[in-house]
Design a protein around this ligand. Structure first.
Ligand SMILES: [Fe+2]
Length: 296
């Protein structure tokens, strides 16, 4: 994580200082936004696109968190707080549990459009925030924060981090129109938003909580395996039970490699996507995370 700066509050929050963004920084946002807007039509789930529209996260420049928070607060009681970078697990979980989404303020440079290891404001705001407008997903994120605080005490953070990775960051959802994206790591990546739905290589498995908790992941390349949910209600219900006995159960079982598929796995058999053409965009790996404990 980045060190806490002198201007940060005890909960690591800082001021966004929106007026200090340069024209070049707004121009980079516009480039990223316009590209993703084109790519995500027919690929992102409806809830995400609805949230993006309702928030007015538009192409004209980096959004002001105060304005976004007003709309979010009215809709699902979430707010965005600015943080200097990755924050400690306990701080991250506590913010989510209080319906505060921590976002970085910096934006990548023009020569980093396609790959950045640390999350930037485009990933955090464009990728994560629109789904916080959906009431079920908004509750799921809060429950995840509450679960994180508990998992820390139980020593099972790694298994909970896998759940975040394969849902919030890289999740796919089955819809009547075909497979769609809801994971923010994909939504903010031009190349992976094409790859995850159209490429024949990755496995697309039906979501199973225990299977997800046992599956390792790679942060430095496209995912080998995606897990597909039916709905956010299903995801929320599947993760509602007390995880303590589930952690104990999966801890006694071997992990799965990211690309491993076993006999009992249920492959997603629905339509991958309604789009006919899949340009094999080779723009580099999606935004990854450096450390497993960086569960955002
Ligand atoms: Fe993220």
């Amino acid at each position: 994580m980045s060190g806490i700066g002198p201007e940060a509050a005890p909960d690591y929050t800082i001021e966004q200082k929106w007026a200090a963004y340069t024209e070049e920084e707004h121009a980079v946002w516009r480039l990223l936004f316009e590209r993703q807007e084109r790519l995500l039509a027919g690929r992102a789930c409806r809830e995400y696109l609805d949230g993006l529209g309702a928030l007015g996260v538009a192409a004209n420049g980096i959004p002001d968190f105060r304005r976004l928070s007003e709309i979010l607060d009215r809709t699902t009681r979430w707010r965005i707080v600015a943080v200097p970078g990755l924050v400690p697990d306990a701080v991250f979980f506590d913010l989510l549990a209080r319906r505060r989404f921590p976002s970085t303020c910096f934006i990548r440079r023009r020569d980093q459009l396609d790959y950045l290891q640390e999350p930037d404001i485009f990933h955090d705001i464009f990728g994560h925030v629109p789904l916080l407008m959906d009431p079920v997903f908004a509750d799921y994120m809060q429950a995840y924060g509450q679960g994180g605080l508990k998992a820390r005490g139980l020593g099972h953070l790694e298994r909970l981090a896998r759940l975040y990775w394969y849902t919030v960051e890289f999740g796919l959802i089955s819809t009547s129109d075909g497979l769609r994206i809801y994971g923010s790591g994909i939504l903010s990546s031009g190349s992976e938003s094409v790859y995850c739905l159209g490429d024949p290589h990755p496995h697309r498995l039906v979501f199973d909580l225990r299977r997800v908790m046992r599956t390792c992941y790679r942060i430095d390349r496209f995912q080998d395996t995606y897990f597909v949910i039916d709905s956010f209600d299903q995801l929320f219900e599947a993760t509602r039970p007390d995880f303590a006995p589930i952690y104990r159960e999966v801890a006694a079982l071997p992990d799965f490699e990211p690309d491993q598929v076993v006999e009992n796995d249920q492959r997603f058999s629905g339509k991958a996507c309604s789009r006919k053409k899949w340009a094999a965009a080779e723009l580099g790996p999606s935004l990854g995370r450096k450390r497993l404990e960086d569960v955002r």
